[in-house]
Each structure stands twice: as structure tokens, then as C-alpha cells.
Design a binder for this molecule. Structure first.
Ligand code: ZN
Length: 276
């Protein structure tokens, strides 16, 4: 599993320049520059050249040494035609993993500020905390402070000898199968969550739970923590609510809709194929 290695998060840039990258969103779509045949991230000089008015600017850190900013579009000339707007799901298919993670971070930061305009305790308008060491919003009236949050979720590849457990969720497209996943509940450990989700969704017991890797996942705002585990007992009984069909598949039987993507779910299936 690849990690978030090229990105160095930070709050405040040391020096900014016209080449700084701007992960610029208009609602839920990011602006991408069409440069002849290449697609590229908007740079500060493009914002100036295209006379784009931006808002909610936040510094995110550096990617391979280049400054990355998050910002929303306040006003843009509608006649600009060497750019296009794409949602995160489409960006995931075309951007390199680190650029995609930076784009996700920008989207999540913008949504975090947008959804925390008022104090959750007293209702007063929130302000950015003036700090070089942390990113937070603070209520000037009562002092309530809030930080960008992520929701932990588990994803697990359960094996039984030479077979892998795959399930079809009612929200999946036709013929698509994946490994089991679900959100961590309050007060629960990852290991408890892995056991609970597998039991709730398909009715089997597992053991030998091992950490696999992790991936920030912006749909909607999760941290996917991946595991492998082994079957230890029970018969598959689909919950009928989320999981409509589940079964054991050998590596040659993995349903056709599986395709490699940048998701940790695909990485787990790839791991199974390579090791079984
Ligand atoms: Zn308050």
C-alpha cells in the first residue's frame, strides 16, 4: 500500500510564488487547466491571468516541494474555455495518487469551514484560530474550538484457505463485488469493529486480524483502515439490508466487475490474488 509520502502538511508557507498550486473548487467540482493535451492543476499565475476571484484560502503544505493551497471560487469569467471542472470521483481516475489526495484535502477543508460557520455550543459566528501550529476554528464568544475531523472506517479481506470473501452491496453497480467495510462506532477498537462488521453483514466469525494499510477516503470523509483476517467459524448469512449476496471466491473466480483502482479495497483484492 502506497502512503501519503510526497505530501508535507503545514499551516503557513515560508515563501509563496506564482507557481504555487491551487486546488480550486466551485461547489463540489475542481477546476483543472486544459493545456493542449495535458490536464494540469491551476497555478497562482493562472488565477491572476484569468482574473478569478477566490475565497476561503487555506495553505495545505507542500507536494514534492511545491506549495499547495485550497480555495473556493468566488467569481469567475464564464468565457474562460481552457479549463474544466471535475468532481472528485472523476479526478480519482485521472490524477496521480498524491495530487488526488491533495485535491481531496482541499475539498474537505472547504467543506469543513462551510459547515462550521457557527459555534455548535452558543451559535456565535466562528473564526479561524490564529495559530502557526494548528488548524482550528474558534468561537470568539465562548471559546469552543473545532478541528477538521475524519471518520475512521475499517475494510477487511477475509480469507478461507484459497478463497476470499466478497460481497455485493445493494448500492453497488450490477455485478460488482468487494471486501467488507464499515464505520467504526464510538468506543470501539479497530479489531472489534472488523469482527462486528463481518458478523453483522455476513454472519461469520474471524480471527488472525492483521493490519494492512490505510487510506484517506473523501467519500464522504473517512480514513479507511485496511486489515486481512481469516475465517474461523459460521455460515455465510447475508444481512439482506446492505449485503444482498456474499460468497467465497478463488482468485480465478473473482467477479468480472473487479477492476484495479486507487482504492484500498482494490489493493486488498490485489494482495489476495498475488498471495494465493
Ligand atoms: Zn460559542
Amino acid at each position: 500500500m502506497k502512503n501519503y509520502i510526497s505530501f508535507e502538511p503545514s499551516i503557513q508557507p515560508e515563501i509563496t510564488n506564482e507557481n504555487d498550486m491551487y486546488f480550486l473548487f466551485d461547489q463540489n467540482k475542481m477546476m483543472i487547466k486544459k493545456d493542449k493535451k495535458y490536464l494540469d492543476i491551476i497555478r497562482y499565475q493562472d488565477i491572476v491571468n484569468m482574473n478569478i476571484k477566490i475565497e476561503n484560502v487555506q495553505y495545505m503544505g507542500t507536494l514534492n516541494g511545491e506549495n499547495c493551497f485550497s480555495a473556493g471560487i468566488k467569481k469567475i469569467d464564464s468565457s474562460i474555455d481552457d479549463s474544466q471542472f471535475m468532481d472528485l470521483k472523476s479526478l480519482m481516475l485521472i490524477l496521480d495518487e498524491n495530487l488526488f489526495l491533495a485535491a481531496s484535502k482541499s475539498y474537505l477543508l472547504l467543506n469543513w469551514e462551510k459547515s462550521h460557520k457557527h459555534c455548535g455550543v452558543c451559535g456565535f459566528p466562528m473564526k479561524r484560530k490564529e495559530s502557526l501550529s494548528e488548524r482550528a476554528l474558534i468561537c470568539p464568544k465562548c471559546g469552543y474550538t473545532t478541528w477538521p475531523r475524519t471518520s475512521p472506517a475499517i475494510i477487511v479481506a477475509v480469507t478461507k484457505g484459497e478463497k476470499l470473501l466478497l460481497a455485493h452491496n445493494k448500492n453497488f453497480s450490477h455485478g460488482m463485488y468487494s471486501v467488507i467495510a464499515g464505520f467504526v462506532e464510538l468506543g470501539e477498537t479497530f479489531e472489534q469493529c472488523v469482527k462486528r462488521e463481518v458478523f453483522e453483514e455476513v454472519g461469520i466469525q474471524i480471527d488472525n486480524i492483521k493490519y494492512f494499510g490505510s487510506q484517506p477516503w473523501p467519500f464522504p470523509n473517512s480514513m479507511m483502515v485496511g486489515f486481512t483476517a481469516e475465517y474461523s467459524g459460521g455460515q455465510i448469512v447475508e444481512d439482506g439490508k446492505e449485503i444482498v449476496h456474499a460468497d467465497w471466491f478463488s482468485k480465478d473466480e473473482i467477479p468480472g466487475m473487479y477492476r484495479e483502482s486507487k482504492s484500498i479495497g482494490s489493493e486488498l483484492i490485489k494482495w489476495f490474488i498475488e498471495t494465493h
